[in-house]
Design a protein around this ligand. Structure first.
Ligand SMILES: [Zn+2]
Length: 412
């Protein structure tokens, strides 16, 4: 049984913060391809097109017949064969975290593998395998108990593969809208220690303000993502105390490209969603990076909630799709930078949100609570990308299968 995670104690200001080492970068294209699928929460192995053998670790050709390999989802069952505890290592991250348990498992899918072990599993146990991303964005296999055990997700080794909000302090950038408020409630339910809720206009009250203020662990803070001074000021105040940033900034307006659009709406969208995202990354990224291995409430993740139509464009909402596309590009760049420091960068993609701006859009629409649930899911599983709601899931699946066809479908 795993001991429940204790709330973090106040830090001794004279103590140095532990440096956030990450494992060495990926060495092969196959390993990167596995990382992409790990970031989507899939459990995959390469399977030979010719002899149908599943293989691990990732490689370029089938080790049996030299055939070509394809990624396929696989059963997650396995049996632990051996275990060992690493006490001495030259790896800087594992040196700080020793002792560390690893073991060999027989995967139901065929191959054997060296994997990280949850503290509740022993040799001979049936286990459920998860494909995770380590702090440097490398794929790794993790053996979990087959059936849920008490405080399972509090396991110290498992927690380094996730960004679980439990005991962490979170900044939600737009607290004036329903998405930010649903986010705050979901984070508190998931055990977050504090939620700082951004308010872009302190002179105007907003719907739901009283309910948010009434929460003991919610603090409303002035934050206007279109104003560099506002972001910098808050980053100076809170930078060292923010463990997770969830960017919920969104400007939704109906618009075409040549027809039915206002340039000012497009500019407002880019200023808030795109330049705003960069301001947040520059304001909070460095301080978070310095605290990526700082104990129970180490800084863990930067989450961006954007429209799934950033992948395709969208008839009738061209401006919103354009800002989302720019956000996805910035998030990809940020992910590469943060992989050097051990902070996870997560995209949560949404369909049309069930709000006043999508009143005329037919269902399925995405409820704010669904978006919040999807963010919590991504944090607790350590994902890189997660779709909130059926519309986003459907579009993402179609886009993965045939990107240009999906672009055509969404714009005609
Ligand atoms: Zn083969």
């Amino acid at each position: 049984m795993t001991d429940p995670l204790s709330p973090p104690v106040k830090k001794d200001p004279l103590k140095n913060t532990r440096m956030g080492h990450v494992s060495p970068g990926l060495r092969s294209r196959a390993a990167r391809a596995m990382a992409v699928r790990a970031g989507q929460g899939r459990f995959v192995l390469q399977v030979c097109d010719y002899c149908c053998t599943a293989t691990y670790p990732p490689r370029d050709r089938c080790p049996k017949c030299w055939g070509t390999l394809d990624w396929q989802d696989q059963p997650t069952g396995a049996t632990v064969m051996t275990e060992t505890t690493i006490r001495v290592t030259t790896d800087l991250f594992f040196k700080e975290h020793a002792p560390w348990r690893v073991g060999s498992v027989q995967l139901e899918a065929g191959p054997t593998a060296i994997v990280h072990l949850h503290s509740d599993v022993r040799p001979g146990d049936r286990v459920r395998m998860e494909l995770k991303l380590d702090r440097g964005g490398n794929p790794a296999l993790f053996a979990m108990p087959e059936k849920e055990t008490p405080n399972m997700v509090d396991d110290a080794q498992y927690r380094t593969f996730t960004a679980d909000p439990k005991h962490r302090r979170v900044l939600v950038t737009d607290g004036r809208g329903p998405v930010g408020q649903a986010m705050a409630k979901a984070l508190l339910k998931a055990g977050a220690r504090a939620v700082f809720l951004g308010n872009g206009d302190t002179t105007m009250r907003f719907d739901g303000e009283a309910e948010m203020v009434a929460h003991e662990n919610v603090e409303i803070v002035p934050l206007n993502v279109t104003d560099t001074n506002s972001v910098t000021k808050l980053a100076h105040q809170l930078g060292g105390r923010i463990d997770i940033v969830v960017n919920t900034a969104a400007v939704t307006r109906q618009s075409g490209v040549a027809f039915g659009s206002k340039l000012t709406d497009l500019q407002a969208g880019f200023e808030s969603e795109v330049t705003g995202l960069m301001r947040l990354a520059q304001g909070f990224g460095p301080a978070m990076s310095a605290r990526s291995d700082d104990g129970t409430n180490s800084a863990a993740a930067f989450v961006d909630v954007a429209s799934v139509y950033g992948l395709t464009g969208r008839a009738g909402f061209a401006g919103q799709a354009a800002t989302a596309a720019a956000r996805l590009a910035l998030i990809s760049g940020l992910r590469g930078e943060m992989a050097q420091t051990g902070i996870r960068v997560i995209s949560v993609l949404t369909g049309p949100v069930d709000d006043v701006w999508h009143q005329h859009v037919p269902p399925p629409k995405t409820a704010p609570a669904q978006i919040a649930k999807s963010v919590i899911d991504a944090l607790t599983r350590g994902l890189e990308i997660n779709c909130a709601g059926d519309a986003a899931k459907d579009l993402f699946a179609r886009w993965q299968a045939d990107p240009f066809l999906t672009i055509r479908e969404e714009n005609q």
